[in-house]
Design a protein around this ligand. Structure first.
Ligand code: OS5
Length: 229
């Protein structure tokens, strides 16, 4: 039987997910809280990692290696790069990269370190389920590249660099690290985000205004995907 990990980075990203569940068991582990619950016959573990690549790596690894999750779904918000992505719109990642990983001084491309790859892929099957769910429910979703880094981007120059270097459609702070963990441990993963801001000089204001509604958009859509698993 599938044991599903559902994670976000911030509390606001998992609050709307927890509302779908009753009978939630809280487990404290490694400076974080994990919520064990059931949905029909599905065992589910939910957690928010805290912000950034290190915390999200720890949480994804814990959900897989300690809790035994065999599928991982991420729900949250992102800064939009692709002009087609408006605040509230959904993006599902086909691949992700780390925009702040930089050993270019040694002649390597941005996002590359020996033994790794510039891009990490997500699971094709889960991504296709998300695209089908969007089609069936007439919900706009874009499939694209997400760039991850330990930086809240609120600057056109940095945004342009990320767009031009990685061909990214959106950016955030956790997706690529989660996808790297899942890839290494052969756990299929889905990275879903709804746009909260467009990573420009207004990003801080927009993020504060739209975090809760965009996180809900992502969570509600993710639960429609879960119904199909
Ligand atoms: O998890 C981080 C990445 N998320 C996606 C995202 C994003 N990433 C990078 N650049 C952008 N333009 C992005 N837009 C959306 C969202 C999240 C961003 S960091 C948010 C920090 C918010 C915050 N920090 N402190 N507080 C709120 C108040 C506070 C203080 C004490 C305790 C709790 C909260």
């Amino acid at each position: 039987m599938t044991k599903l990990a559902i994670m976000g980075a911030m509390e606001e990203e998992i609050t709307p997910l927890l509302e779908y569940f009753t009978d939630i068991k809280k487990i404290d582990y490694a400076n974080n809280t994990y919520y064990e619950c059931k949905l029909d016959n599905l065992d589910v573990v939910i957690a928010y990692s805290k912000i950034g690549k290190v915390f999200s790596t720890l949480t994804a690894s814990t959900m897989i290696q300690k809790f035994g999750c065999d599928t991982l779904l991420f729900s949250g918000v992102a800064g939009g790069i692709n002009p087609e992505l408006k605040i509230g719109d959904l993006i599902v990642a086909n691949k992700l990269s780390q925009h702040d990983l930089d050993i270019t001084a040694f002649g390597h491309p941005h996002g590359y370190v020996p033994g790794g790859e510039v891009y990490v892929n997500t699971d094709e099957n889960l991504k296709n389920i998300a695209l089908e769910v969007a089609k069936e429910n007439d919900i706009k979703i874009i499939e694209g590249i997400i760039a991850t880094g330990d930086q809240f981007v609120a600057d056109e120059k940095r945004k342009d660099f990320i767009q031009n270097t990685f061909n990214a459609d959106a950016l955030e702070m956790e997706g690529a690290s989660v996808a790297v963990v899942c890839d290494a441990l052969s756990v299929p993963c889905l990275i879903l985000r709804a746009i909260s801001d467009t990573a420009d000089m207004d990003a801080g204001f927009n993020f504060d205004e739209f975090l809760v509604t965009s996180a809900k958009n992502s969570a509600n859509f993710l639960m429609k995907v879960v119904e199909k698993l």
